[in-house]
Write a protein that binds this ligand. Structure first.
Ligand code: ATP
Length: 402
């Protein structure tokens, strides 16, 4: 029996497990937080699994939110913190490849751990610090092995996303994939074709942001996973070029996607099309577009005040991060200094706006107004005009009369 000292994050959640236990049910910490604790990695969230059914959990705690009640998850609120408490469950296969066809709540921890994907993800931790290891997860953690729980062929047929997770965890933790599991991924790779984009995107993003994305991408190539996913097919240049890049590490989704786009696409239209196909958020698409523009400018080294103003320093700094990986020569200090020297840093700082033009200069809303403001903005940013209302009104009147 392995006993460990509960880390601080678990200590905070102690009270939740104690209350469930005092009500006569079982409760454990489960999943990624147990794995990461045993690996000495920082924890981001703490998942709790229990033999109590959702209605019973809601009876035990005063403040709860139904965050995923159909899957047995209730969020318990305690002193400003929220804890996801999920009833032990078994799952049937995923006919639509988005969510399991049915979820059955059960009272047995073993049944719950059995449905989990990998041995290292199927560990539970009790309040007393006892690690419950029914599938050899502890040994695999020690050996640095990624291994499916049960028969990998069957597990991948139930849910093909698990193949991506297998490769993703191997790269995220820098582990090796156990031989039978690896063979099953290669043999069943074609099943990935059916998985919903949203689920693939989550795993792909976690892979890119993990410890060793190059290893994950190489894993995708070797197992043929990428060949079977429609969204990956349009990115085949990435799969050709990334393995030859010497260093690869991403600090956020924007830099990750910018590099991917830069390696595989030529223009903004294609970037937008690809990211929409991946169902990325509009905010992410806008940020990647900006960073993509900044990267193209860093490559040619011709950045004027207007480029800096419209794209913004944060995008240039992210592009600089990507440029490091691509080995572009560039001078970031000059770019930062030029940005600091800009007379205005965004539209809100412009001393004149549409209201002034309509009220003071009798402009009518329409294309001329927009064009006038844009011309003035460019002149202010380039230093040609001082950012003072009276001066800008004179310039606007001149444009109006031309
Ligand atoms: P990370 O936060 O790094 O992704 P995690 O292990 O917490 O790691 P989640 O995707 O949040 O990952 O999943 C939580 C747990 O749920 C996993 O540890 C695993 O036990 C189980 N799990 C998640 N997805 C699947 C799946 N597709 N099939 C089987 N079990 C899964």
């Amino acid at each position: 029996m392995k006993l460990i000292k509960l880390p601080l994050e678990f200590q905070k959640a102690r009270i939740i497990l104690e209350k469930i236990r005092n009500a006569g049910f079982e409760a454990y910490f489960v999943g990624g937080s147990v794995r990461d604790t045993l690996l000495g990695l920082p924890l981001h969230d703490v998942d709790i699994a229990t033999s109590a059914y959702p209605a019973e959990v809601k009876q035990i705690f005063k403040k709860t939110v139904d965050t995923g009640i159909e899957h047995g998850t209730v969020t318990v609120l305690d002193h400003g913190d929220g804890y996801e408490v999920t009833t032990f469950r078994t799952e049937s296969t995923y006919q639509d490849y988005r969510r399991p066809d049915s979820v059955e709540f059960v009272r047995s921890l073993e049944d719950d751990l059995k449905r989990r994907d990998l041995t290292i993800n199927a560990l539970a931790l009790s309040l007393d610090g006892e690690v419950i290891d029914l599938f050899g997860g502890l040994e695999d953690l020690k050996k640095g092995l990624i291994k499916a729980v049960g028969n990998p062929n069957e597990r991948y047929h139930e849910d093909a996303l698990r193949m991506m997770r297998t490769v993703r965890f191997a790269s995220q933790l820098d582990f090796e994939i156990e031989a039978t599991t690896l063979k099953a991924v290669a043999e069943n790779a074609y099943l990935l074709e059916k998985i919903a984009v949203e689920r693939i995107n989550v795993e792909w993003t976690k892979l890119l942001l993990g410890k060793n994305p190059k290893k994950g991408i190489t894993g995708f190539i070797e197992t043929q996973l990428f060949a079977y996913c429609p969204m990956f097919k349009t990115m085949d240049q990435v799969f050709k070029k990334i393995p030859s890049l010497e260093q690869l590490h991403f600090n956020n989704e924007v830099t990750a996607w910018t590099l991917v786009c830069y390696l595989s696409l030529d223009n903004h239209k294609q970037v937008s099309k690809l990211l929409k196909a991946w169902k990325c958020s509009n905010e992410l698409i806008a940020n990647v577009q900006n960073c993509f523009s900044a990267l193209a400018l860093l490559k040619i080294g011709q950045i004027d005040a207007w480029n800096l103003y419209t794209i913004g320093l944060p995008s240039f700094e992210m592009a600089n991060y990507v440029a490091d990986m691509l080995g572009f020569p560039r001078d970031m200090t000059t770019i930062q200094d030029s940005y600091k020297a800009l007379p205005i840093k965004n539209k809100k700082e412009l001393a004149i706006n549409g209201g002034n033009l309509i009220k003071d200069l009798q402009f009518t809303p329409g294309p001329l107004l927009g064009k006038t403001l844009n011309t003035i903005e460019k002149k202010v940013v380039s230093g040609e005009l001082r950012n003072e209302l009276s001066l800008l009104e004179i310039a606007a009147r001149k444009i109006q009369n031309d």
